[in-house]
Design a protein around this ligand. Structure first.
Ligand code: DP6
Length: 332
């Protein structure tokens, strides 16, 4: 095969990845856990062609910016070296959700690119191999290879750092209501953020206690214990943002409306609702709740001043190959 199309979902981190032991290999300082998000897609087509002189990369129907293209080319180089191939590639990729808004578009992007490029290069890789390879493109992409609730184990080295499912998408019908709060301050991308994490005096404390939070999150997911889940998810989010806000230079991702949503969620919980929040490297607030209360809580969120719209995503499936007739290819 020289052409392949793949689809992957973004994910929301419940226990966060922030900071690497090895930036080149993307070996993280701590393990992380996420939920893969149904209904939000990246679709990517890769075609290797001996007649091409250069790799071409089209993202969301535009030629990729130089830095984005460079990152994709580096990833293609990894795939080519594994396949013993040298043909250049045409890469066309598109999302059906807003990019660069803390929705982890690099996770779905590199999961879909890894799967499509590996298939187009004729590599026969296991899901574990794909996760390890996706990690090299974007750490959080290692988790988007799998569906449902996923843990990326910290690992010792390239070989041992990959993600694996904790439970499938049908295990627990949680919903992520993503409150979009418009444009925050100009974001510093995650890759740069990871490199700054070590400058925070709080990072070592966060890392030293990460195993405890991973264990608590894993247990809460397996036991479908929402109260315990909410407690550890919010604690872990606050710890990551405390590290961000105390690194040098400091990174501040929250907008005023992000704080309004966080305060509203806490007041709804005090009044008895099962809901908690978490934020990645952006101002949008991911509010988690059981599916049976998602419509009501979605309406409440929509009414918080500063919230422009609310996206709704349940647990999604793994990254998968698409045939050329699949309706999702219309995105390209
Ligand atoms: C805050 O995976 O986007 O979303 O490896 O440089 O691509 P790169 O970083 P990325 O970092 C994700 C950071 C986060 C937390 C998380 O998803 O675990």
């Amino acid at each position: 095969m020289t052409t392949a199309i793949a689809q992957a979902h973004p994910n929301i981190a419940l226990i966060k990845y922030w900071g690497n032991r090895d930036d080149g290999l993307r070996l993280p300082r701590n393990g992380s856990i996420s939920m893969t998000l149904a209904g939000l897609h990246t679709v990517t087509r890769v075609r290797f062609d001996p007649d091409l002189e250069l790799d071409s990369v089209t993202l969301n129907r535009r030629p990729a910016a130089p830095a984005d293209r460079e990152r994709v080319v580096r990833h293609l180089d990894l795939v080519r070296s594994m396949a013993g191939a040298s043909d250049k590639a045409e890469v066309v990729s598109a999302n059906d959700f807003p990019a660069g808004a803390g929705l982890a578009s690099s996770a779905s992007a590199f999961a879909a690119l890894t799967l499509a490029a590996a298939a187009a290069a004729g590599l026969d890789l296991t899901p574990t191999d794909l996760s390890r390879l996706a990690r090299r493109g974007s750490g959080s992409a290692s988790r988007s290879v799998f569906g449902g609730y996923v843990e990326w184990r910290v690992g010792q080295d390239d070989e041992s750092s990959f993600a694996e499912p904790i439970a499938g998408p049908d295990h627990w019908a949680l919903v992520d209501l993503i409150a979009l709060v418009g444009t925050g301050p100009k974001p510093v991308g995650s890759t740069e953020g990871h490199q700054l994490a070590a400058t925070s005096p709080l990072q070592e404390t966060r890392i030293a206690s990460a195993e405890r939070r991973l264990a608590a999150c894993r247990r809460a997911l397996l036991e479908r214990d929402f109260a315990r889940l909410g407690e550890v998810v919010e604690l872990d989010c606050h710890l990551m943002h405390a590290v961000m806000q105390t690194c040098s230079p400091p990174l501040f991702y929250w907008a005023p409306a992000s704080i309004a949503v966080m305060q509203a969620v806490r007041s709804w919980r005090e009044a008895g609702a099962n809901v908690c929040y978490t934020l990645d490297a952006g101002p949008n607030v991911h509010c988690l709740c059981p599916a049976d209360s998602a419509t009501e809580i979605g309406d409440w969120l929509q009414a918080v001043p500063g919230v422009s719209s609310v996206l709704r995503a349940g647990p999604g499936g793994p990254a998968r190959l698409l045939d050329s007739q699949d309706p999702l290819t219309a995105l390209l």
